[in-house]
Design a protein around this ligand. Structure first.
Ligand SMILES: Nc1ncnc2c1ncn2[C@@H]1O[C@H](COP(=O)(O)OP(=O)(O)O)[C@@H](O)[C@H]1O
Ligand SMILES: [Mg+2]
Length: 629
């Protein structure tokens, strides 16, 4: 964890005389630009005051306040202290352990042209910490941590103020103010003119990696040429910064690299960017988009990356980026308050059964029972509400499939990540192009999957009748199938399956063995496996486990019946042996949790070893030994 060193703005670092762009110079330039910035709605001070005023007095809408301030006096009421409204170039007033600020010796001729500086000022405004939360006395620091955004060290502080939601505050302390300025102007311009790529290459989604590599290479050269003395590791940090600002979504890229965030959303250019934090839920950030065009630019950039368009005629975009992130964008006036972007981050740490046990989502016993079902090739459905963790559970469950079996997964957007050594073919649907051509539907893929000789079929979510038909058809033809379904409990899941629009005939339900229900308690942001029920003939349910909300424990409320009979039929295990097997799996799971084996490949590897050489795994478990991967 980094420790924050609070330094006052005025007593900032001593700038050495040879630095043409020391903080004072920067401020002077900004002052001049500020004078020339006539447009009232672009004046940051009005926003700053509006924010301050709205936090002091919560009776008025901030937007109204902003408008009123802009109208009356773009500089704001004179009695307000002026120092705070100054657009501050970030000074790196916090430091990360092990990272020193990179300050470049800037040659005289590198002083950027005013226009360029204006652009930088705009960017800095987006990134400037909201003044009030630095000043508020009632600020409680909830958390602070650091991570690398590509190579750039970033520091996050999450503070609770007198507002309804915490503030997620980003700072990049490693790069000094003058350096940032130079990167975003002169060096960025050099980089763009250096990289010899034709526009079709830059826009080709398949060439993204190549384009990025070329930019990285050129960025290092540009930095080397300008600053021959700069050590390589520091050059890398600056190169990442340059590239994020040239090819990517600028400042938005920073939160996208935070493992703790699930979602990064832009609602318009008036309000701050919001993030959904795994621990703290929705937080406001200290980022704000400069204007509506900036949001549109980023949305258009995303669209180009996936070979699509977003414009007035088609103002909605739902894109699935090559890195797995999913971006939704909407344009004003369809979204009334302005252009929006909703970025759902692809989980780079896929969920495993041990994750779920450690986070108390599921009890080891329920997990072991489900594991036995997966091992025994029984078909299961994962039900739950939106964001309850259905897909995550599906991922954990799929990680228990033996490596000797062929898996085909079908999703609308790629969310699943299975152990790398599994025999797995992930497939995703495709939307039609603007001319309505080229669609590959979930149904197309499901029908096609049956021709790919799969042992197991995983389906992201069942929504339509045809999909449900094919799914049950697949179960009946001897495949084990796993899918998610939107339903709050097992009873509702059955009812959704047999009623319109899915209309699965009741007699077909016998191919399904069980339903796992995931539940998310929104108030505490807690997730639990609510139920595990066995599906008997004609869709009758036999509830085996149910979560008791009051005591936060899972209770065994029934006994495996049809599942036990099916397992006995195929493996010869008696009911008693099945119980023993579940107990054995409980000990393995507990041992994995204890040793912290939570990564998808770790869990997958132990599970596969257990299928092949159970004694080896069981001996390590009984001796409580570490596993040699
Ligand atoms: N057991 C859990 N504990 C905490 N967070 C979880 C858990 N399961 C899922 N999540 C998180 O919740 C979010 C939504 O999960 P997801 O599986 O996509 O839900 P669904 O498929 O039901 O919409 C994801 O960001 C995921 O990382
Ligand atoms: Mg899902």
């Amino acid at each position: 964890m980094a420790k924050s060193k609070k330094t006052s703005k005025k007593g900032s670092k001593k700038a050495s005389p040879q630095k043409a762009l020391d903080d004072q110079t920067v401020r002077d330039i900004i002052d001049r630009i500020k004078e020339s910035q006539k447009q009232a709605e672009e004046n940051q001070s009005a926003h700053a005051k509006a924010r301050k005023a709205s936090s002091a007095k919560k009776t008025e809408e901030p937007s109204k306040k902003v408008k009123a301030l802009m109208k009356d006096d773009p500089e704001g009421p004179p009695e307000e202290p002026t120092g705070e409204e100054e657009v501050e170039i970030e000074e790196g007033d916090t430091e990360l352990e092990g990272f020193e600020d990179i300050e470049l010796d800037v040659p005289e001729d590198a002083v950027p042209k005013e226009m360029e500086v204006a652009a930088v000022v705009e960017r800095e405004q987006e990134f400037a910490p909201l003044p009030e939360h630095e000043k508020s006395h009632k600020t409680e620091v909830l958390d602070s941590y650091t991570f690398l955004s590509e190579s750039i060290p970033v520091e996050i502080t999450i503070v609770r103020k007198e507002e309804f939601v915490p503030v997620y505050s980003i700072s990049i302390p490693g790069i000094a103010g003058g350096t940032k300025l130079l990167l975003e102007t002169k060096l960025r311009a050099e980089l763009i003119s250096d990289v010899k790529l034709d526009i079709t290459e830059i826009l080709d989604p398949k060439k993204q990696e190549m384009v990025k590599a070329k930019f990285e290479d050129s960025a290092m050269k540009v930095l080397g040429r300008n600053f021959p003395q700069l050590p390589n590791d520091k050059k890398k940090i600056l190169a990442s910064y340059l590239i994020q600002n040239t090819l990517g979504m600028g400042e938005i890229e920073t939160p996208l690299h935070d493992e703790f965030l699930e979602e990064v959303v832009v609602n318009n250019s008036r309000d701050p960017v919001w993030v959904y934090h795994k621990k703290y839920g929705w937080c406001k950030t200290n980022l704000r988009m400069k204007n509506e065009e900036r949001i549109y630019d980023y949305a258009a950039l995303v669209a180009r990356k996936v070979g699509r368009q977003i414009n007035i005629l088609s103002p909605l975009l739902d894109a699935h980026l090559p890195n797995g992130d999913r971006v939704n964008a909407t344009l004003f006036p369809v979204s009334n308050y302005g252009n929006t972007m909703t970025i759902r981050k692809f989980s780079r740490n896929p969920w495993t059964m041990t994750n779920l046990i450690r986070s108390k989502t599921i009890s080891p016993e329920v997990a072991a029972t489900i594991w036995l079902c997966v091992q025994s090739e029984l078909s299961l459905i994962v039900a739950g509400g939106t964001g309850s963790g259905k897909t995550s559970f599906l991922n954990a469950l799929a990680g228990l499939i033996p490596a000797s079996q062929r898996i085909i997964s079908i999703e609308d957007t790629r969310e699943l990540t299975l152990p790398s050594f599994l025999h797995w073919v992930p497939m995703v649907t495709r939307e039609p192009n603007p001319e309505g051509k080229g669609e590959v539907s979930m149904l197309n893929l499901m029908v096609n999957a049956l021709r790919q000789r799969p042992d197991r079929i995983i389906v992201g979510e069942i929504r339509r009748q045809k999909e449900a038909e094919v799914l049950f058809e697949a179960m009946h033809t001897g495949h084990s199938v796993y899918a998610t379904l939107h339903a709050d409990n097992a009873t509702q899941a059955i009812s959704r399956l047999v009623n319109p629009p899915l209309n699965v005939p009741e007699e077909n339900l016998d191919a399904l063995s069980g339903i796992v229900v995931q539940y998310r308690q929104r108030r505490l942001n807690m997730r639990r496996t609510l139920e595990f029920a066995e599906v008997q003939d004609m869709g009758k349910l036999n509830m085996i486990y149910r979560w008791d909300a009051k005591r936060d424990v899972t209770i065994k409320v029934g006994k495996l019946d049809k599942i036990a009979k099916t397992i006995e039929l195929y493996t010869g295990l008696s009911s008693k042996e099945i119980d023993q097997d579940v107990k054995e799996k409980v000990t393995i799971l507990n041992w994995m949790v204890k040793h912290g084996y939570e990564a998808v490949n770790e869990v997958g590897s132990i599970v596969s070893n257990y299928y092949q050489e159970p004694k080896e795994v069981l001996s390590a478990v009984s001796k409580n030994k570490k596993w040699e991967f």
